[in-house]
Ligand binder design. Structure first.
Ligand code: RIB
Ligand code: CA
Length: 317
């Protein structure tokens, strides 16, 4: 069981990613640390606790981290994820006792006391950057780091070039890319845009496990409406689960290694500049996912959340 901290901003796709991580039964999730992004961190923490209730996983603590980006004013994605961050589906129960403050200190203390910790970051990198600022040395214990974020050869989702997580807090993203002692596995829009949860797949979910299917359908309906209205997509792109799946099985994605920096000012703010042409002659600090076996991902996702012996899910993909 690989030990991980999941830093996230739940968030509909974060919720699906956390569910995948738990149901995989391959991860020892030491804690969820919450940053502001899709929703303010306080709301995200409640949503994280709601997901843990639904997954019936009583042991994972939730820590609220930084409430605002390092420099920029917080701009949330509540137009996409709903005011409550979970598609305004319904008032799900959550265990407030599970929620603590001190997300950044939890990251530092966990890295200080273990040398086999990995971090899967599914939101803006504010907590990670703050932890690096406060105690860079403990990150020498970090095993691996996966970040859902950025865009290489594909357009952004917040500007022609910027992806949301790195656009919300470009200063944090750049500080992490410049200072993390281990290479960042960048799972960006180049690959996550190929991961689309369609009505057909949701219908299949209902045929297998109506309770879990109802959760998925309820929290994604708002998101699916957004995708039709703004991108004329039937279904919704679920970015974050791919970062978890890639952490579990890196063979899902084709990658290149390159130096990456994140633009912190001007029109291109938030752009992950992948120097694949080696103009800057700097050593690579990142492993960038450039393609994905989307069918194999969806098969893994479905078989993990909706285990079923008789149904070959790939027949429906
Ligand atoms: O750009 C997509 C990313 O931004 C996802 O992590 C989504 O949850 C939002 O945080
Ligand atoms: Ca997220």
């Amino acid at each position: 069981m690989r030990k991980v901290i999941i830093d996230c901003d739940p968030g509909i796709d974060d919720a699906l990613a956390i569910t995948l991580a738990i149901k995989s039964q391959k991860l020892d999730i030491l804690g969820l640390t919450i940053c502001s992004g899709n929703v303010p961190a306080e709301i995200g923490a409640k949503n994280a606790s709601r997901v843990l209730e639904i997954c019936e996983d009583a042991n994972i603590p939730v820590y609220i981290g930084e409430e605002t980006p390092l420099v920029r004013k917080l701009i949330t994605a509540q137009d996409t994820h709903g005011e409550d961050g979970l598609g305004e589906a319904y008032d799900m129960n959550y265990d407030s006792n599970r929620i603590k403050k001190g997300g950044v200190q939890f990251i530092i203390d966990t890295l200080k006391n273990n040398n086999d910790i990995s971090i899967i970051a599914l939101g803006p990198l504010t907590n990670i950057a703050m932890a690096l600022r406060q105690n860079k040395e403990v990150f020498n214990n970090l095993n691996s780091f996966v970040s859902m974020g950025g865009a290489f050869r594909i357009h952004g989702n917040c500007s022609p070039v910027a992806e949301f997580n790195y656009w919300v807090d470009p200063d944090a993203a750049n500080e992490v890319y410049q200072n993390l002692p281990t290479k960042i596995h960048m799972v960006g829009l180049d690959v996550t845009r190929k991961i689309v949860l369609t009505p057909n797949i949701i219908e299949l979910m209902h045929r297998i496990d109506t309770k879990m299917a109802k959760f998925v359908e309820d929290i994604t309906r708002f998101y699916i409406d957004f995708h039709w209205e703004y991108e004329k997509i039937i279904g919704c792109v679920i970015n974050d689960p791919l970062a978890v799946a890639y952490f579990l099985d890196p063979s899902l994605c084709q990658t290149i290694e390159s130096y990456v920096q994140v633009v912190t000012t001007g029109e291109a703010i938030g752009q992950s500049m992948v120097d694949s042409g080696n103009f800057y002659r700097k050593p690579s600090n990142a492993v960038i996912a450039v393609d994905v076996d989307s069918k194999r991902f969806m098969k893994t996702f479905l078989n993990t959340l909706f285990p079923h012996d008789e149904i070959e899910v790939e027949a429906y993909l």
